[in-house]
Ligand binder design. Structure first.
Ligand code: GSH
Length: 340
């Protein structure tokens, strides 16, 4: 009994020690250094890509900008660290970045055993297959014996193994560490199939010599909820990141856009909008920010739908429909708890 008690006590002491080591105040650090260090993709059209002068754009980039807008009232206070699939988690664990916003799938093991924590889903995705039209294949179930190109350190690798095993199909996998190597290998005909998240297929297809010679098969073989993540043990920072995501979704639901937020703020009698823009309540102060935090996000970056349409939507080169990423009020999955 005594032994049990002392072990439990030791455990509690250890836990307190661990909590104080891990609860390093990222928000205070970010405020002190004056910018957010955001882990991003090395270059994925529509999601995170730098132009020739080093200006980053994309849905995942906008998320980092929204965090900066909420904290600094300045969406440019972000620095990007391009990370491969393999290196992304270590960069976050080591403190090299403040958050990771890079087409990363929320899975149980990533959420529970890496010392990291997902803050939301900014893109509901699933894994698909692309092949040459000339192969005449119309379903992934006809891929017996195919060679498949994928990237190391991704859920893609794991799902493809599951899919072929579950359907009792033989295949050969060709893995690369860099996404450009995967695309080049597929383009050069080193493999029959290119597989990744459907969003990645839309984006990477643009890099192929003749994009129109390729087709995406109808099967979506997995759930890939993609979202930003932070280190475990820093709940204040987790709350900031999580609520920036929810603010972008709530803004869309409330009809607040970059263009109309100033006017709506003045004319509205809607209490939800008043809370959102900080005219009522102290919601920003509650998470260590100014009460205009959410207004700043919309004014400087836009709502979730605006960011989606500008970066990956039907009028962009990627031409992606809202689908599961529509708001819950429009038949999609994007839903945010209320600000109140
Ligand atoms: N969502 C999957 C796949 C993410 C992933 O890394 N996809 C590749 C292929 S589209 C990519 O973005 N590569 C770009 C890079 O390594 O910078 C995961 O989290 O494992």
């Amino acid at each position: 009994m005594i032994k049990k008690f002392s072990t439990a006590l030791l455990g509690a002491v250890a836990a307190v020690g661990l909590a104080s080591a891990a609860s390093a105040g990222t928000l205070d650090d970010v405020k002190a250094k004056g910018f957010v260090q955001c882990g991003s993709n090395t270059g994925l059209a529509g999601f995170a890509i730098p132009d020739a002068s080093g200006n980053w754009t994309g849905l995942d980039v906008d998320f980092c900008r929204a965090v900066a807008a909420a904290i600094f009232n300045d969406a440019t206070k972000v620095k990007f660290t391009p990370l491969s699939a393999k290196d992304r988690f270590t960069a976050l664990q080591s403190g090299e970045i403040d958050l990771l916003s890079r087409n990363t799938t929320w899975t149980m093991s990533r959420d529970t055993s890496l010392g990291l924590k997902f803050a939301g889903v900014n893109y509901y995705d699933g894994q698909g297959f692309m092949i040459r039209k000339s192969l005449g294949v119309t379903s992934a179930l006809q891929l017996a014996g195919a060679s498949v190109c994928t990237q190391t350190g991704t859920t893609t690798e794991l799902n493809v193994a599951d899919f072929f095993r579950a359907n009792n199909l033989k295949y050969e996998v060709v893995t690369f560490e860099k996404s450009d190597e995967v695309v080049k290998a597929y383009d050069a005909g080193r493999c029959d199939v290119f597989t990744t998240d459907a969003s990645g297929l839309y984006a990477e297809r643009l890099k192929l010599t003749n994009p129109d010679d390729h087709v995406v098969l109808p099967e979506i073989i997995s759930k890939e909820p993609l979202g930003p993540l932070v280190r475990q043990g820093d709940d204040s920072w987790f709350n900031v990141v999580k609520w920036v995501h929810y603010a972008m979704i709530n803004a869309e639901e409330l009809g607040l856009t970059k263009a109309n937020v100033d006017e709506k703020m003045k004319s509205t009698t809607n209490p939800e909008i008043k809370r959102f823009v900080g005219a009522e309540g102290k919601f920003g102060e509650g998470i260590g920010l100014s009460n205009a935090w959410a207004y700043q996000i919309v004014k400087l970056v836009g709502n979730y739908g605006e960011s989606f349409e500008a970066n990956v939507g039907v009028n962009t080169r990627l031409k992606i429909a809202r689908g599961q990423n529509a708001l819950w009020t429009k038949g999609g999955l994007q839903y945010a708890p209320p600000i109140r």
